[in-house]
Design a binder for this molecule. Sequence first.
Ligand code: MRU
Length: 345
Amino acid sequence: MIKTLEWTDDGVRFIDQTKLPTEEIYVTCKTYYEVADAIKTMIVRGAPAIGVAAGMGIALGVRHSKAQTADELRRDFDHICQVIGATRPTAVNLFWAIRRMQEKFASLQGQPIDHIKLELISEAQRMHVEDIAANKAMGKHGAVLLPSAGGVLTHCNAGALATAGYGTALGVIRAAVESGKKLHMFVDETRPFLQGSRLTAWELMKDNIPTTLISDNMAGAMMRQGKINAVVVGADRIAANGDVANKIGTYTVAVLAREHGIPFYVAAPISTVDLATADGSQIPIEQRASAEVTHLAGKQIAPDGVGVENPAFDVTPNKYVTAIITERGVARPPYRESLRALVGA
Ligand code: MRU
């Protein structure tokens, strides 16, 4: 399995996703500042992977703390959480992971500092293990929804690289293929950061899953030609009403799928469901540098000084979402009730 990130004695080790698919390079972050930077610069990306990276980054920061007293450790811990929390705003898994580490830290009050450090490292490692298990469960729940043969479109990368392993949307695809389904994947290249062409195509080819890469503006034509039987994507945050924030361009795909009568599935762990956010209009959308749009692989492709929009995510209204696949089962409309039931709130 692809090792997206792992805890090592030297620090947190990541496959550098900015270098794929041409170079398979690993970097080890030795401080929590380096982990924060790896999240910001997208060495590690994808909502669940960002969550686990956050947990490991916090554990790393606490491990290196020179605090001698409980108060000093609390000050260090709060600062580390603040730095990690200021990296990327949209994927709620980041904040879910920070809260989980905060709750663990609170439960350890009064214990010796060395013990607290070890417990926080274990908690981060648990997140890693649990994420893979969640993806496998999601795969089982989602695989049965797909046809026994046909074309499936995905957008961005919701694979092993976006998680601790196996993937959410690609986990569903992997499970379906493992169960004998004959699927052919269509992969949107996913401008401007090209997660589809650089990462998803790379992952699927490694697994020998038949794959066709298309540029984003080809999806409608492929649907019209009858080549796509289902769409499966991941999510960065799912609001209480089932509105889904995911990679920019997802909304376009969802509207196209509706027009062509194609089911549009979202696969995401419960840690991506944010019941505190009532609907998609309240989800913060990260704006990224204009150079990602004006340049391609370092080459300028737009005139100097042109105005640019570069929202990293969009929101797909719940009415376009056929079902939301989680590790605890499949939610169907109306989502306010079905998601609440799955979360157990
Ligand atoms: O900007 P990115 O690459 O972090 O965005 C990733 C996505 O939008 C994924 O589809 C989402 O995080 C789900 S990953 C399982």
